[in-house]
Design a protein around this ligand. Structure first.
Ligand code: APR
Length: 252
């Protein structure tokens, strides 16, 4: 059983605005491979640049579509873990008490939503929505693997996964919303992210500049560990539920 700093527990209980930024680590205990981890077997010969750029899709839409469809189907078998559940609970608790809670994720797996989180800001899009490159039509795909690659829109155009590729801009509205929340929160949680991919990592900077307290949960050190007010080295699926319970029970 971990002992948490009392000030952290009180802040988690009392803060009127909390932002949580999550990355691949939050889904690790659900068995979702990170982008790099998924480059195994047949895919081992490819680099992320071969698969996750607009140029790659233009060059070989069949291969890129197969890769993302395989990841989509892989994630379909994954369940949210205790970390996802704890963040959903934190949001419910905040809503019940009239407080702000904003969940910002870099993950494309939608496991936060599966755990009950709502209004999740998806900075890097999602594997579940596919978009026509010609007419822009978007459709949520929850079914089995596609039978044709690239999959086609009813207008005949090729459909691409609704994720943000390297070299592409983040969805403007989502980024703006995330920046506003990070720049005005009292407590910022950075969970399971290596904090090296910008502009997502810049949200922590923004929070720090605006005097928020920052908690990091990660089994490994990151570039922000030394600047975080609390840095808990552990797995979010275990740490978050314990932390939340401890803050529920904390009386002052
Ligand atoms: N609990 C918490 N953190 C964990 C756990 C765990 N169980 N397991 C691993 N981690 C941490 C790792 O130590 C690492 O710091 O999660 C982090 C995952 O880092 P990345 O794989 O770089 O993921 P992320 O920060 O989400 O990357 C950002 O980069 O690959 C692109 O677009 C992709 O959205 C992704 C972005």
């Amino acid at each position: 059983m971990t002992t948490f700093d009392r000030q952290l527990l009180e802040l988690l209980r009392d803060a009127d605005s909390i932002v949580a930024l999550t990355g691949a680590g939050v889904s690790a205990e659900s068995g979702v491979p990170t982008f790099r981890d998924a480059l195994t077997g047949l895919w081992a010969k490819y680099s992320p640049e071969d698969l996750a750029t607009p140029e790659a899709f233009a060059r070989d839409p069949e291969m890129v579509s197969r890769w993302y469809d395989q990841r989509r189907c892989g994630v379909a078998g994954c369940k949210p873990n205790g970390g996802h559940a704890a963040l959903a609970e934190l949001q419910r608790r905040a809503a019940a008490e009239g407080k702000q809670f904003t969940l910002v994720t870099q993950n494309v797996d939608r496991l936060h939503q599966a755990a009950g989180s709502t209004d999740v800001i998806e900075l890097h899009g999602t594997l579940w929505v596919w978009r026509c490159v010609d007419c822009g039509d978007e459709a949520e795909e929850r079914g089995p693997a596609f039978s044709v690659y690239p999959s086609r829109c009813s207008c005949g155009g090729k459909r691409r996964p609704g994720v943000v590729w390297f070299g592409e801009e983040l969805p403007g509205q989502a980024l703006l919303q995330a920046q506003r929340a990070a720049g005005s929160c009292r407590l910022f949680l950075s969970v399971g992210t290596s904090s090296v991919v910008y502009p997502a990592a810049g949200l922590i900077d923004l929070a720090l500049r605006n005097s928020a307290r920052v908690l990091e949960i990660n089994p490994q050190e990151t570039p922000f560990s030394s600047r975080a007010h609390w840095s808990i080295r552990g797995m979010s699926g275990l740490v978050l539920p314990e932390l939340l319970n401890a803050s529920f029970e904390c009386t002052s």
